[in-house]
Design a protein around this ligand. Structure first.
Ligand SMILES: Nc1ncnc2c1ncn2[C@@H]1O[C@H](COP(=O)(O)OP(=O)(O)O)[C@@H](O)[C@H]1O
Ligand SMILES: [Mg+2]
Length: 235
């Protein structure tokens, strides 16, 4: 595969401590990939390492054939990667429109077209465009955070627990948007605690345990494995 995201042998962590060890992950354009695993498995650390936010000890991260390991976050955005952290992903005192403008990259006129695309995916954001983001519900805020990340028109979108704290109904709504975003040709990589829902809907899945790859495959296949269900999904 020469397009999308490719992570090979990535060892990364904080300070002198490696948290994820020789991890590999691929995410093709036009697909959704979910990363599941117990609390503390290193899922967030992996996403941050991919986005250049913590220390990479060895291994590589590529977008297509381009090696982007260790490149600054600003540059990564210009090369087509976007990341939405689990919390603190919108500016509460700014309006929805202002939040989206901040996410824009490049020329203002380009940004305007991009905003229209974001509003087409998230019509609710358009309705509330003038409201401060702080007045949104948790689910709407996650939509805004995703919308903001889309403003730079990334080919690779990384989402850390976009459904944390949401109701099952809203979790499904967020996932419907994730799938719609993937269908526009992007590689969407999602860390999820709501593993059953995610495995039902995503294309491909990775199970990370203690900072290492444990399982991977078509998401539905992992979901139907009795051993995975019992140990990691509470089935
Ligand atoms: N900023 C940090 N500094 C040092 N260690 C951290 C930091 N953030 C997380 N860790 C450690 O990394 C490990 C994995 O955490 P994390 O990647 O957040 O797991 P997950 O997202 O799978 O729950 C944990 O042991 C955690 O204590
Ligand atoms: Mg996490």
């Amino acid at each position: 595969m020469s397009e999308g995201l490719q992570v090979e042998n990535l060892t990364a962590g904080y300070g002198k401590n490696a948290i994820v060890h020789s991890v590999h992950l691929k995410a093709a354009l036009g697909t959704s990939t979910v990363i599941i695993g117990p609390n503390g498995a290193g899922k967030s650390t992996l996403l941050k390492a991919i986005f250049g936010l913590n220390k990479v000890f060895s291994g590589s991260v590529k977008i297509g054939d381009r090696d982007i390991t260790g490149i600054s976050t600003d540059k990564l955005v210009s090369l087509g990667m976007a990341y939405v952290p689990q919390t603190g992903n919108v500016f509460p005192s700014l309006t929805i429109r202002e939040n989206l403008e901040i996410g824009g990259y490049g020329e203002a006129k380009h940004s305007k077209g991009q905003m229209e695309e974001v509003f087409a995916i998230f019509p609710d954001l358009l309705k509330a465009a003038k409201r401060p983001a702080g007045t949104l519900s948790g689910g709407q805020r996650q939509m805004l955070a995703m919308g903001r990340a889309l403003m730079s028109n990334p080919s690779v979108l990384l989402l850390d627990e976009p459904t944390a704290g949401l109701s099952p109904a809203y979790t499904k709504t967020v996932w419907e948007h994730i799938l719609a975003i993937a269908q526009t040709g992007k590689a969407v990589v999602v860390v999820e605690q709501n593993a059953t829902t995610a495995l039902t809907l995503a294309d491909w899945a990775y199970l990370l345990v203690a900072g290492e790859n444990r399982e991977e495959g078509p998401a539905g296949e992992l979901l139907s494995r009795p051993d995975i269900g019992k140990m990691f999904l509470g089935h």
